[in-house]
Design a protein around this ligand. Sequence first.
Ligand code: ADP
Length: 586
Amino acid sequence: MFAAGTTSSLQYQRRRLAAVLIAIFLLAVSFLVIYAAAFSTFKASELERAEGRAEFYRTTLESALDRLEHLPFIVGQDPAVVRGLTDPDSRDALNRRLADFASRANAEALYVMDLTGLTVAASNYAEPVNFIGENYSFRPYFQTAKSGQRGKFFAIGATTKRPGFFVAEPVRNLAGKIIGVIALKIELDELVAAWQASGEKILITNLDTIIVLASQPDWHYRTLLPISEERLLDIRNMRQFGQEALQPLDWTRLDDDEIDFAGERHIGVRVPVKSQPWQLHFIVSTAGLQERALFVVFLAAISVALLAILFIFWRSERLRRALHASHQDRQRLLREIEERKATEKALAKTQKELEKSSRMAALGQLAASVTHELGQPLSAMRNYIAIEEMGATQKPDSLATRLSSLVRRMENITRDLRFFSQPKQDQQSPFDISRAIDNAVGLVRHDVQAKEIELQVKAPSPGAQILGNSARFEQVLVNLLRNAISAVDNVDAPRIEIGWTLELGQVVIFVADNGHGLKGQQIEDLQEPFRTDKPSGEGMGLGLAISASIVKEHAGELFAEDNDHGGATFTVLVPPLTPLDEESTE
Ligand code: ADP
């Protein structure tokens, strides 16, 4: 039994643990799903924003590159340029002219090279570091322009060591023959400074994935992908990036729009730059997105916690209500049980009383017929004896005298029986309890004196008023006194006490004696008709039955108990006519 209980409780605990683990797992999975959903939503909106920004930066870059794109072509048409190429004496004038153009157009430098790549005139001729006398034949833009095309090229300045965007055009003489090249250098420092100030991450890469421009200057000339040795050699020959090492950037593309950059996850977009084979990369760290997604998870967790608290509160409230209801049911049940018990008790009492009253009714019928049948012969006997006594002298032990005493005893017996045959007398009137006691004592005084009994009467006058039939009530007191007299029959110093007091608003009449006591009998037994310990002819056992009946007529009760020091006390409890103050009896 015990083992079975332990096993089932162990199973229950295991099941509970499993349920808790499953709940935790499901919750964790839900949070992960919420995180992933929130992250991808934020990522999508961030990507959309990034596309807009990338587009914006691409436009600013293109306009910076295109702004002066036609300047070399236009200036190349100037006869002063052709002249400068053919006549060395006119080069000073050309220098000034180029400087004027460059400053008006806000260009870094504007310079003219002969077909060998030697710079013959330059706008920066007056600066300590200028292009005059430098040979740029190695530059692709020179070669392209020399071949008659517009050359465009981004490179670190071979002379100035400053990066810039070069645009070159061929210079033709009047016959249309290419006699030189005119080139323009645009510096993009301002653009880069503006990008840097924005705090956003922008990178421009060329076909070799070398970063030509970036919002962060230290990213310049790093590569997104490693470059082969061969290609590196080519680049060196073009002197495009001077002595830069062209080291790879800490950049790993995770997928189309995610990059691991400098140990941090980024999302990014790339757009091609129109005028150059470049790509513009706009990247954003996902840290912010992760924070936002975590915040959503946090909100979800708080909601779940709140819901859980609400659920627990709702359940405990329900439990409390159920408990309260069951407690009330229990109370109601207990009350019903009590009521039922009381009803059963009352029923039993009623039944007992019914049995008793039916017995009394039967007794009444019997008593009526006996007293009726005996009445006639007894009165005839009394008459005959009277006639007999009239003629003869009175002797105390004559037959007539003895017969007369026997007849009297028989009449006493029939008188007792007649009580049961008579219907109850309804006339009730107030009477004084002390007087009733005095009257009853008067009726037994003869016997008391004859038997030398010490009788104490405690009946202060005037006594309490009781409503009822005084004669019948006196009969009760006489019965109790007679029983007491019988009880003290063989006792040394026989003593009887009669009197009344007030207790809890009730009149309490007591008859106490120092006789043989009740011998363990209860009042219920004693007041049964015909229950007596007296020899035949001395008592019929009707005294207490009659007394109880009369007491009941007076709305009272009869009690009996043994005294602590021998003898018995009979008590009659009756309500007084008017409520009394206990002190009034003192
Ligand atoms: P009876 O007096 O004819 O015997 P009762 O009904 O008056 O009939 O009394 C019934 C019995 O109660 C008595 O026989 C007696 O045993 C007992 N009894 C009554 N009064 C006392 C008393 N004061 N002391 C002891 N026993 C008593």
